[in-house]
Design a protein around this ligand. Structure first.
Ligand code: FPP
Length: 242
């Protein structure tokens, strides 16, 4: 499109998910929040593996936001070890299932050991093409645009890019997501109707679906229902109905 956004080709849908509600799911069972995150991690597998049958080629999930550092030290370090465990335990299965994994977000603040594991998983699955799973980790939409602008500004300062040549497409090329199509559908679980700094730029024309189900209860059937609702929507990308 003229402004640099890229709609996915038919059958190559891009769905992004804000996986919310782990804490409440645990609370309702009288368990610590981390128990909910562990249940949430198991759901990730079910949803990733449902993608090929549902026509979803690109799945982007919000695992940890730039704001999530404000949680207690116990929860933050519990989540970080959950991410390490996920990579360690799922790598072989992801490879076998044809899943290509990418991470978006700022890696600078993450533990170097975790970053090394992320790099390895990306390299190991780089030949896969069935499902493109992007995990947003220490990710914030505004932070991403700011980091992209920094990189762009460096190109301008070095004389490799003319200021007048900068348009939306140029900036999109500096985003963490530059190799991905824009999301067609953004789902948020747990009944909250907010986007919480997720894929701000990329979701300009996305459809949104806010579902009441808490993430650890979100099944492939719920996912299929979201896609069915999506298929009935009339997307116009700013144009009039055809
Ligand atoms: C939001 O629920 C969820 C998170 C901040 C973490 C998401 C992480 C996972 C689903 C775990 C595993 C992910 C991977 C990729 C292995 P919340 O804690 O804000 O829930 P609440 O709103 O009920 O408190």
């Amino acid at each position: 499109m003229a402004d640099g956004t890229v709609p996915a080709a038919a059958g190559d849908m891009h769905v992004a998910i804000i996986m919310d509600g782990n804490g409440r799911w645990a609370q309702r069972r009288g368990r610590p929040r981390l128990f909910g995150h562990q249940a949430g991690a198991r759901r990730v597998r079910d949803i990733v593996e449902a993608c090929p049958d549902l026509g979803v080629r690109y799945l982007t999930i919000f695992a940890f936001s730039t704001e999530n550092w404000k949680r207690t030290q116990t929860e933050v370090s519990g989540l970080m070890s959950l991410f390490r465990r996920y990579i360690r335990n799922e790598a072989a299965r992801l490879l076998r299932k044809g899943v290509r994994v990418r991470f978006i977000g700022d890696r600078v603040r993450l533990d170097p050991k975790l970053v090394e594991m992320m790099d390895e998983l990306e390299a190991m699955t780089s030949g896969n093409d069935t499902v493109h799973l992007t995990i947003a980790l220490n990710y914030g939409g505004r932070d991403e645009v700011a980091r992209a602008t920094q990189r762009l500004a460096r190109e301008v300062a070095a004389g490799r890019l003319a200021p007048d040549a900068v348009d939306a497409e140029t900036l999109a090329g500096f985003l963490d997501t530059h190799v991905l199509p824009d999301p067609d559908l953004v789902i948020r679980t747990s009944g909250e109707a907010r986007i919480s700094n997720f894929l701000l730029w990329q979701s300009a024309y996305a459809e949104y679906d806010f579902v009441d189900t808490l993430w650890p209860d979100f099944t492939p059937e719920d996912f299929a229902r979201c896609l069915s609702r999506f298929s009935k929507r009339d997307r116009r990308f700013g144009a009039v109905a055809g």
